[in-house]
Every structure is written in C-alpha cells, then in structure tokens.
Write a protein that binds this ligand. Structure first.
Ligand SMILES: Cc1ncc(COP(=O)(O)O)c(C=O)c1O
Length: 382
C-alpha cells in the first residue's frame, strides 16, 4: 500500500475503466472484461496491441542498450530511415527523429523558416497540429492557445477552398501546414484540387508545403500518406502516433532541397535505441503482414456496412480513418457502444464518431462493430 501524496493535474475527463492487458484489437480491464478497440488509443496502435514481433524487438533492444545521446552513432536510425524511405516512396528524403506529433510539426515549421527566412504561416480552419508553441499557433482552436503562444504570424484559410489559397498564399508566406485528412476537425478529407493548388501556390511563391501526417499518415488511409492519393509531393511530412505503436516517437521526412547544418535541429530523446527498435518493428510488420492493404480492405468493408446500417448525416474518410456524423450529439451512442457492447470509439466535435482502429483489425471485428452500431442506433431513436 502507498499513501497518496499528490493529485494528478486534472486535465483529462476519464472513463471509469482500467485496462491492464491488451492484444491485437482487444483490451481487458482490471475485472477481466474484454473490450474491442476501434479507437487504437487515438490512432496510435498501428500493428495491434502487444504484437509478438514488436514485443520481441523492444525486449531484445532493452536487453542490449536502451538509450544513448545523439552524440554517438545509432545505426538503428539509419535502418529506420532506409525502411521508412522505401515503404513511403520517399527514398530521397532525409529523416529527423523526435518524440511526438507536436514536436514534429514544431521542427517542420522551424526548418521551413530557417530555409526561406520568412515568418508567416498559412493554416486551415478546424486544423489540429499539437500543443507546443508553434504547433498550437497553427491550430484552429483558441481554447488551447495560451497568450504566450504567439499567433500573429498565422492566417487561417477555409479548408478545401481552392480560391482562398490562390489568394492567401503569397511571397511572404513561409510555410503552409495542412492535414491530408483532418482528424480532430472531424475526418475531413482534402480534395485533390485543394492539395494540388497548395502545391502549385507554394511553388510559385517559395512557401514550404508541410503535410501533417501525424494522424492520417503511416498507412491508415490505405496509402502510406493520405496526400499521396492526390499525386502531390510535400516538402516536409510530419508523423508520430502509429509510428511506434505506442512507444513515443515522431519525425519529419525532409525533401532533398533542405540543407542540414550541425545544431540546426536537436533533441535529447529523439531517435533513441528503443524508439527506433519500436518503429523498425512497426514497419517490418506493416510490410510483411500487408497492413496498408488491410487498412483499405477492412476500411471499405466498414464504410459499406455503415452505409447499410444508415441513420447518419454524413460518412467521411479513407481506409481506417472513418468519421460518421449524425444530426444529434453522439455522447450517449458512444457510451452505449462502450458500456453495453464493450467497444471503444473516438469522437470529433459533438456529432461525429471517429474510428481509428489498428491497421490489423479484421472483418470479424468490423462485423461486431456494425452489429453493435445498429442496435445502439435503434435504441437511440426509440
Ligand atoms: C494531425 C495531428 N497533428 C499533430 C498532433 C499532435 O500530436 P502529439 O499529441 O503526439 O503531440 C495530433 C494529435 O492528435 C494530430 O492529430
């Protein structure tokens, strides 16, 4: 027994559930109750909970060396860069490693500004890019921006508005930061015309195009990065979440037009041995088990099933990043899914259910969700 000495800083509303074990797409709580995970701990669980290859890779690495600073050679970083370059179709891009999505975007914005010497950023309505100073400044949510988070450099344009970006990106713009599919914003998918116009305007003005793939990247959409559906190339791509399947790691892929200098970017923990072992295992599993293909296949199956269940206002997404918008708040629907049917889902805003399961989820699990959704919707309208 221990005596409680300090409170936790109470920033998270909690469900009264304590998971103690997890495997694949399932969790078990302290009472032994099983839950189906359609949320992936917020798009983080990519290859499935406690995948044996992942556990082995981390355990083996832990038994050798867990951490040393970026002042020595860490060959796992190069192995990760090689594998990431190959699977993502960016073998000529360079990799900088950090620890989270916010940090990835922070470094992307800094790199853009170092490169062209400019200060102004363009971001989009309903965007979410993280909570550090630069990342939160380009996030469209005033309630999480503190007075110290300098925002005067940022212009917010309407997402998917081609005419607005033609006028809004100028030769003063340092960087444009955009999600290929907005996550927190409610699973809004960028149109091809929108992303292609962004690319064109950035080329015309010398602005740097940053694609935030923290949530929509890493195979979730069925392509490695969701913007690859539009055939555009980003200058910098940020990633995190699914990259380590729960082990904290983030990074940016950087086009060859940027020149590195010593000391330009840096971090204590970024790219440590354990994080690299986790990220390498994730990529190996994704490749060997065809998880991007699975994300597309099961994602399409879920979308078809949700269409058949009906009752929604709008259905959006790609692969295993799915938003189901209703014309009523979904709080009680999600609680019924969780407490009556033991299924975790996510939410965006008040009316949209967000599905972000592991990329390894199967059709059986999809069927369990569709059945539960149908029952809960019937109860909701009854
Ligand atoms: C699109 C996007 N960018 C950045 C972030 C921030 O990532 P992190 O919480 O790892 O800092 C998130 C987190 O939800 C995100 O969805």
């Amino acid at each position: 027994m221990f005596t409680r000495m300090a409170e936790l800083f109470n920033v998270y509303p909690l469900y009264d559930i304590e998971p103690v074990r997890a495997q694949g797409s399932y969790l078990w709580d302290v009472n032994g109750t099983q839950y189906l995970d359609l949320y992936g701990g917020h798009a983080v669980i990519s290859v499935g909970h406690t995948h044996p290859r992942y556990v082995k890779a981390l355990t083996d690495q832990l038994n050798k060396i867990a951490f040393y600073s970026n002042s020595v050679k860490i060959p796992q970083q190069q192995e990760l860069a090689d594998k990431l370059g190959a699977i993502s179709g960016h073998p000529d891009y360079a990799l900088f490693l950090c620890n989270s999505g916010a940090e990835a975007n922070e470094n992307a914005l800094k790199l853009a500004s170092f490169h062209n010497g400019r200060t102004k950023a363009v971001a989009f309505t309903k965007s979410f890019h993280g909570r550090t100073a630069g990342a939160v400044a380009v996030t469209d949510n005033p309630s999480i921006v503190a007075p110290i988070n300098y925002k005067e450099h940022v212009t917010f344009l309407p997402y998917n508005d081609v005419e607005a970006v033609k006028a809004g990106i100028t030769s003063e713009t340092c960087a444009v930061i955009v999600e290929g599919i907005q996550g927190v914003g409610g699973i809004q998918v960028a149109t091809d015309a929108f992303l292609q116009t962004l690319r064109q305007r950035c080329d015309e003005t010398g602005a740097i195009l940053i694609l935030d793939g923290v949530q929509c990247g890493y195979g979730r959409s069925g392509k490695f990065f969701s913007h690859q559906y539009s055939g555009i190339e980003a200058d910098i791509i940020s990633m995190a979440k699914g990259m380590g399947n729960g082990f904290p790691i983030g990074g940016i892929l950087i086009s060859p037009k940027f020149k590195a200098t010593h000391g330009m970017l840096g971090t204590t923990f970024g790219g440590n041995h354990l994080a690299c072992a986790a990220a390498i295992a994730v990529l190996d599993i994704m490749k060997d088990e065809g998880l991007m293909e699975n994300a597309l296949r099961v994602g399409n199956y879920l979308m078809d099933g949700i269409r058949q269940v009906g009752g929604y206002k709008d259905l959006r997404g790609r692969g295993l990043m799915i938003g189901i918008e209703y014309d009523f708040p979904v709080d009680s629907l999600r609680k019924a899914l969780l407490f009556d049917h033991k299924q975790f889902t996510g939410v965006a805003g008040k009316n949209t259910i967000r599905l972000l399961p592991s990329l390894a989820i199967g059709v059986d699990e999809a069927d369990q969700f569709l059945e539960a959704l149908q029952l809960c919707l019937k109860a909701e309208v009854a």
